[in-house]
Design a protein around this ligand. Sequence first.
Ligand code: NAD
Length: 365
Amino acid sequence: MITEVLTANQLKKEAPVFGQLSFDNHEQVVFCQDKDTGLKAIIGVHNTILGPALGGTRMYDYATEWDALNDVLRLSRGMTYKAAITGLNLGGGKAVIIGDPKKIKTPELMKRFGKFVHTLGGKYYTAEDVGMETSDMDTVREVTPYVTGISEANGGAGNPSPVTAYGVYMGMKASAKFAYGDDALEGKRVLVQGIGHVGEELVRLASEEGANVIISDINEERLAAVSKKYGVDIYRGDDLYAETADIYAPCALGATVNDDTINKLNVKIIAGAANNQLANENVHGALLQKKGIIYAPDFLINAGGIINVYAEIEKYGREQITTKTENIYNTTLDILNKAEVTGVTTNAAAISIAEDRIATRKKEL
Ligand code: NAD
């Protein structure tokens, strides 16, 4: 493989696109720019063997364009595995819009982005992600049908975040069952990092079950509001990663399990909503395994959102959304057991199941 024979510097010069690890056999990457609205976006279509690529649009003020490209590629690959392991007939894709949503997001920019999505003719369906609201998807819907996560008033399945949180909660309980022999969260110390759309709902579910929830966020107003609403403590130490707890739930951004944090982590379970929690899935997945920390693969347990938006395409209702999301509990337990029996990391066990499903489908095509 090209990445094994070239050094990082050679790779940048000689194989800056297809040779990058994150490119990982993407079918198509589309760069979109519009001067009038200031739109700069990248759409990654990783794999469409199981169906059209579906994945949200993230709007973020990336430090460099390279960061944006790397993010979209990693995220769209993750969507391929998420759909495959959840049993959905969907491929993996994702989009990023470069810029601070509070500063440059306008209906005109969202419509221009929607028109770019439309040019892909249904190969890619978008949805909301960080920096997006359901109302933004309604705006995109004005120019293309290839969008999900639109409001219930406009015929959609509504905000996916509560369903995502419910799936994470299922994955967390299954991990507790695996670790402690009992899935009850009562009395368990749970650190929730990021109390946005998903994190807050996870705080509600875990605290209502009697977990000892501690919250952390960079937004002080939200911290105060969520702490008051659910009677949970705010983390006031100077290093969340060194905190002793039963469960760490990353619900902000990805790559929080990295070279800096891995040696400090003092938890039994990692189960959260953020995508790509492992900075390097091969290195950090193996180190977690070595430390005896149970890692519930992110793309498996945060699939509630995609289950919710898939309902819009397949026209199924709330009951089926709930059943499919609850099934994350069983899939998580199966994967944790499979990883233990085979000695591979939980992430690798989940990826191999997803890849098997894609390979089987490929043979049928
Ligand atoms: P959000 O933007 O609503 O919330 C993120 C929260 O994290 C915000 O409150 C923000 O202030 C906080 N935050 C940012 N940086 C932080 C830091 N360094 N430390 C602590 N807190 C920080 O996003 P969301 O929709 O709740 O999604 C959370 C994560 O879950 C994202 O990684 C997203 O990709 C992933 N995810 C979301 C869904 C969904 O349905 N919304 C589905 C799958 C995966």
